[in-house]
Design a protein around this ligand. Structure first.
Ligand SMILES: [Zn+2]
Length: 111
């Protein structure tokens, strides 16, 4: 195969790949804005690839004479693009798995 032909085929494969990625994100589902406090969420549904995944980190204080302080990975959250409510996704393994399909991942550290 000639180089030009290979590059053309590769471009086609890349297009198929992008299409499949979009389908995968759709199949993985949507998240509803219900918020941590049920009375705040607007109830709208969003495809996860349109949401920013917020990865929280919790501060762990120093302990004993050798244990230093550190940041522990906390739960996932997302901010509703519609009403701005912060929704909890909790710490479930399937949520961690899903995080890569969000639009982006934002890391936050809170005490
Ligand atoms: Zn909302």
């Amino acid at each position: 195969m000639r180089l030009a032909q290979i590059e053309k085929e590769l471009a086609k494969v890349e297009l198929v790949r992008q299409g499949l990625r979009a389908e995968q994100a759709k199949a993985l589902g949507r998240k509803t804005c219900t918020s941590a406090f049920r009375d705040i969420g607007c109830g709208k549904k969003f495809q996860i690839h349109t949401l920013v995944y917020i990865q929280t980190h919790n501060y762990v204080s120093p302990y004993g004479c050798t244990g230093g302080d550190y940041w522990k990975q906390g739960e996932g959250q997302f901010e509703c693009p519609e009403c701005g409510a912060r929704n909890r996704l909790y710490n479930r393994p399937e949520i961690m798995e899903l995080s890569q399909y969000f639009k982006s991942i934002e890391k936050v550290h809170e005490h």
